[in-house]
Design a protein around this ligand. Sequence first.
Ligand code: G6P
Ligand code: ZN
Length: 544
Amino acid sequence: MDPIIIPTQPIAGQRPGTSGLRKKVKVFEQPGYLENFVQAVFDTQPELSGGTLVVGGDGRYYNKTAIQTILRMAAANGVAHVLVGCDGILSTPAASCVIRKHRTQGGLILSASHNPGGPDADFGIKFNVGAGGPAPESVTNAIYERTRTIDRYRTLDAPDVDLQQLGRQRLDEMEIEVIDPVADYAELMETLFDFNAIHQLFNSGLFRMRFDAMHAVTGPYAVEILERRLGAEPGTVLNGEPLEDFGGGHPDPNLAHTQVLVAMTEGADALDFAAASDGDGDRNMILGKAFFVTPSDSLAVLAANAHHTPGYRNGIVGIARSMPTSQAADRVAEELGIDCYETPTGWKFFGNLLDAGRITLCGEESFGTGSDHVREKDGLWAVLFWLNLLAVRQQSVAEIVRDHWRRFGRNYYTRHDYEGVDAKAAEGLMEHLRERLPGLVGKPLGGLTVAYADDFAYQDPIDGSRAERQGIRIGLADGARIIFRLSGTGTEGATLRVYLERFEADPARQGHDTQEVMAQLISIARDIAQIESRTGRREPDVIT
Ligand code: G6P
Ligand code: ZN
């Protein structure tokens, strides 16, 4: 079959953001929109021609249509072999696992992560490189540049591929292998965690958990691993069937979007453990009995306890966290005598450190935790890690975290989000902060002295690349921090994020309400950024 060459013209705005190209479905449905982007990937990644490509997504609306388009274009662009998840399903961490395990040349992942799905909601696509992680900026820039000059794309005049049947089939010269989306991933998890110990925990009859898959991609993964392999009672997985619109919900595992689950951890009949994952399975939220574990604390606890699990028994070589993530992990690294890296927001910044063997664990305040086992953050992995700790330590979630605070101190932490802010106003607010930075150091701010104030920049220690303007950091003398950043993942207006952190070494003062402890920092942040006058908002929309 001869490829057909379709003339096209550049469509503005195809620059991948924090995590790929993410737009409304309606934008993707414009003629040529998806095709231009995909062709730009093939044009800039020549190793895909004659190579193997992984394709799959989180099952949201437009996933299947996009996959058919990609398969035809892959064949027309000379890709030799495609591994595609059955029914088009692959969670983001599972895609990373498959890319690595089968030594492929990369993958196309279809997802808009935790953003809502459906005809009027969001869709996304990103290219992951052969190492399994999101493409570095050099690659995404090249793809973007290509979208600005593109004048044709290649495809085939061929019917849809059957994605329901496991096994091999051909699309013209290209071999397509429809794979079980769970198998490789579940096998990897079995090498990292003590499945026997977790099985016994479930069998003890003394432990009850629920996992909320939020009608997103982790349903099949969680049912297979938690219920089938680990023997958790049937019904442990809630909302386990992936739906194109996530059942109308917002598949973002945080306190605001998992209220039913949170309620199950409270009261007389409270669960011992609850967790949730997002649209594409890379985020996680961890709850104990009436206890919320902040993602920053979770990273620190996992790091301090990694030796309890088979996969990390020999210790961890280093930790990395994104800049706005609390400094709790730094304290663990210090005690373990290992390096701790502070990177810009975005999982891709961990890739080089993981590839170079500088770090084993990494995490972000945005409900992402992961390790060198794949090159994406991994929601179920974090849940299994916690289950392994609970099984080995025979303590509750709250006991483990409180022990941790006693030993390392507590980094009180909260994030305040102002959503759908006028983009110009948000830019103006950040610009104003930038202008104020030079004069701040050494000055008192609401009674606390400013130790440092900068616009965070990062020089990658492996390839020397620099990322500038990654968020305003104001460090105060007692280890407290206020950070301002504009979200890189929103699709409507701008979202201002204000991250607040305060350290408390004294165990007697570690049990307070976070918002109360933060009151002073909150008011400093509002004043210095002129939040109300510039955005018209008195209060944040979401507090996590
Ligand atoms: C995505 C990325 C994360 C990042 C987050 C930040 O989820 O995968 O690595 O932390 O976006 O989102 P934001 O909206 O704060 O830019
Ligand atoms: Zn996600």
